[in-house]
Design a protein around this ligand. Structure first.
Ligand code: UDP
Length: 485
């Protein structure tokens, strides 16, 4: 372990949503495994999850800890247990939540004064942390939770506004000055890009803060998207380090089983079910931590899955107000009909463990970046069903560049609920990705990427080297700073 004076101490400040917290915890572990001291900031509600996630590396002697901040929820008019984005149900609540987060500035400053870290890595959604880090005399690195592809695409759309030059919402346009002739339609863009809203201004602030920061840490690896990583560095001029996939630093089953939340199924039961299946014969369906479909859409998925005749594991968000098995979306007698063929997990699934199992042959995903990266790393082709956020860009990367997936046909960006998709499309896409020559071809490509991903984080791999270069640079920065003091 590095000696105290030379050891780099990094403070990690994750956004309070599972899709952001999970990779930030993984990143903190990754830095700790490379000899740094990692301190993660959590809220009281999430502290147990954080502590559980770092228990193993801590046991192994790595220097990793959790400290707390408390959101001023009462002050902004939110109930006390609303300290995570995943718990907010209305637009108004989300606005109040953002306000509460901004009010954490003084607590962060005090933490930096007390802990004296050498660097702050904070989520892109905390633009105000660039100033605080500067005031405290330490560099701020931005954690960008998505692909270089989507990050650069977003900026090119913002800069050239191709969506304003088409005659209707559905007319396709090519993203200008962007490698690969990538096409998109206006309906696939976020609402705050289609028209000016408060969020448009917020994202402008995010980008400005990003430009003034020390650089960006990407949960991706160079070989996955070299043209876009280069474009990010040269065209956008952002200093960026591609050091992912972060989650590969967790090797133990226990670590993977409860990543981000308590799983709603015993991992052994789940793996036993998969063990009884042939390789590549099961489709896994999960839409991340935020997207939430209505009863009508869930019903279409249920019907489509059954009609496909394929075996499946389907993760559905649990409705605490409805008894299991009595949900409106569940067709009559469904679970007894699919008994040996399908497994429905209500709540949280051990996703990484499931994807890694050889029985999994495909993944229907909303194209959240973590899910895409996990599919790539497991060598599993996907059915893309983007809902909102930057997911339509990720879909294009998967289907048009990496060519490891087929799209379900979602055409409309709709926050949380997405475009509606009929059962026939589900049936067809599931079959396409699981059986036949096209599926085999995609699987071969996905497997090659999986090998690259694992190689990237091994000693000498591209992410390993980029992380080493970043640590070295931060150490030089620390040295220069201490000399000045
Ligand atoms: N996840 C999980 N079990 C679930 C749902 C999600 O482990 O039942 C994990 C998934 O492996 C991924 C993260 O939660 O790491 C979701 O992140 P993603 O970027 O895919 O989507 P988001 O939730 O941000 O929309």
């Amino acid at each position: 372990m590095a000696s105290e004076s030379h050891q780099l101490h990094i403070l990690f400040f994750p956004y309070l949503a599972r899709g952001h917290m999970i990779p930030m915890i993984d990143m903190a572990k990754m830095f700790a495994r490379r000899g740094c001291k990692s301190t993660l900031i959590a809220t009281p509600h999430d502290e147990p999850t954080f502590l559980k996630s770092i228990a193993k590396p801590k046991d192994l002697g790595f220097d990793i800890n959790v400290v707390m901040v408390t959101l001023p929820l009462k002050e902004v008019g939110l109930p006390e247990d609303c300290d995570n984005l995943n718990k907010l149900t209305t637009e108004e609540m989300r606005k109040q939540f953002l306000r509460a987060i901004t009010m954490l500035d003084r607590q962060l400053e005090l933490l930096i004064e007390k802990l004296a870290p050498d660097c702050l890595i904070s989520d892109m959604f905390y633009p105000w942390t660039t100033e605080i880090a500067a005031k405290c005399g330490i560099p701020r690195l931005v954690f960008h939770g998505s692909s270089a592809f989507s990050m650069v695409a977003e900026e090119c759309v913002k800069l050239y506004e191709p969506h304003k030059k088409v005659s209707c919402d559905s007319e396709p346009f090519v993203i200008p000055n962007f490698p690969g002739e990538i096409t998109l339609s206006r309906t696939q863009l976020p609402d705050f890009v289609r028209e000016e809203t408060e969020l448009t201004k917020f994202f402008d602030v995010v980008k400005e803060a990003e430009k003034r920061s020390f650089g960006i840490v990407m949960n991706s690896f160079y070989e996955l998207e070299p043209a876009y990583a280069d474009h990010c560095r040269t065209f956008l001029g952002r200093r960026s380090w591609f050091v992912g996939p972060f989650f590969l630093c967790s090797k133990e089953i226990e670590d993977k089983a409860h990543r981000g939340n308590q799983a709603s199924i015993d991992q052994h039961e789940c793996l036993k079910w998969l063990d009884s299946k042939q390789p590549n014969s099961v489709i896994y369906i999960c839409f991340g931590s935020i997207a939430n479909f209505d009863d009508a859409q869930l019903h279409e998925i249920a019907v489509g899955l059954e009609a496909s005749g394929q075996q499946f594991i389907w993760v559905v968000k649990k409705d605490p107000n409805v008894e299991e098995g009595k949900e409106k979306w569940l067709p009559n007698g469904y679970e007894s009909r699919i008994r040996n063929k399908g497994l429905i997990i209500r709540g949280w699934a051990p996703q990484v463990l499931i994807l890694d199992h050889e029985a999994i042959g495909g993944f229907v995903t909303h194209c959240g970046w973590n899910s895409i990266l996990e599919a790539v790393t497991a060598g599993v082709p996907v059915v893309t069903w983007p809902v909102a956020a930057e997911q339509f860009y990720n879909e294009k990367l998967v289907t048009q560049v990496l060519k490891i997936g087929v799209d379900i046909g979602a055409k409309q960006w709709v926050r949380f609920s997405g475009d509606s998709v009929k059962s026939e499309r589900v049936e067809e896409a599931v079959k396409r990705v699981l059986v036949g020559e096209e599926a085999e071809e995609m699987r071969r490509r996905a497997r090659a990427l999986a090998e690259m991903a694992r190689g990237a984080v091994e000693e000498g791999g591209c992410s390993w080297s980029d992380l080493g270069a970043l640590i070295q640079e931060l150490k030089s920065h620390k040295l220069a700073r201490t000399k000045k003091i």
